[in-house]
Design a binder for this molecule. Sequence first.
Ligand code: ADP
Length: 442
Amino acid sequence: MQKKNNTQYSIFLKLFVLFLIFIVLANIALGLFVSWIFGKGPPGGPGGPGGPEKFHRVLSSYAVKVMGSPPDTSAAALLSSELDIKIRIESPDFIWKNDESIPDSKTLLNERAMNPDKDFYSVRIKGRPFTISRSGQNIIIISPLNPREDLNETKVIIYVVSVITILAVLLYFSLRWIFGPIKKLTEGVEKISEGDFESTVIVERRDELGNLADSINEMKVNISNMIKLKESLLIDVSHELRSPLTRIKLANEFIEDPKIQNKIREDVKEMELMISELLDTYRTEKINSRSVKEKTSLSEIVTKVISKFPKGNVVFIGTPGDDFILADIRKIETAVLNITDNAVKYSEGKPVYVKVFRNIENEVCLSVKDSGRGIDESELGKIFEPFYRIDKSRDKKIKGYGLGLSLVRKILNDHDAVIDVKSRKNEGTEFTVTFPKQKEFQ
Ligand code: ADP
């Protein structure tokens, strides 16, 4: 088969572009953040070579010179108002400051911002620049008048958290959009695995996921055709087998040894049984014919089916007032009969409980529960496959060819109903069938 490739907007290209956008946005945010913290100097301070840091250093060194030694406090007051700066002077005889927010030399020492080896240097404490000048025992600490007063820990955290959150949300929704069709694809594959070959997976995208949807649809059609072919082959062969079997039966009458004759008779009988069950199950008109569905009460169908079993074997419990479903009555009867018949067959004489009820979603349901041999967890997925029988040798006594449940599943699929099975080995099994809600019945 030729490989199709109509990937116009590759998923990997989309991811690449997405991550590129993400990286650019993250870098812009980071850049803004850094310039916010470090970029601003004193208001009105020039940028240019060296930036505000250098400007502040030059300004401070000028101010220190003008104040003289020992520092003149009136000059300091004049400078601070003229140059928009904050000054703190620490001298053995006095402490002068024009702003409380300038840390004293002890605090700077604790913050490891004091450098005992230098007389004039700049430091930055919590993003705020200071120049410290020492002459003899006098210390002058200068800071721009309007430092980053708006910069505090909470604001930085809020900025970082909001930027990360916004980017993460954007990334999440973009990824959701890119991988959105995976949900539809999964549902489609699940439907196919349940034997529903009617519905189509629709993914209107021209990327790998769109291609995958097309391949799944194609695969579904191929599998469905293969199964139909297999079924019709089975039906044809079974039909054809009837005539040679009749001839064997006739010829057997001429065998003289009664022992051999009986053995052949038994084998022929078993083959005939197998063929008739096979034809019953796969009779073309039964499976492939369009269902004629009508509004019908599920309890009515169940009651009719139960009446075919010996009294006491099957107990019908509870029924809601309104249990209408849209059903091809004959087909649903067959399905209920097969499930109930299995429960009776595999529960070694213990009673079987059949219940019609509405679940939390208000859907009409049927439950068939037995306390029989149960089914191993590993087998639960296989029992709906045609010809699958658990423990074949042990089941020799119980007649059947493993076709009942595969027919049940076909019928229920045709009714958009779902069958679920819960079982514990040696404790019992419960089959639950959930029928779809019918708006017109409500
Ligand atoms: P069969 O004709 O063999 O009963 P089915 O398709 O109806 O075929 O069932 C498939 C297999 O599932 C059975 O052979 C049996 O092993 C198992 N099974 C079905 N229903 C039950 C049940 N209620 N309890 C235990 N095993 C069950």
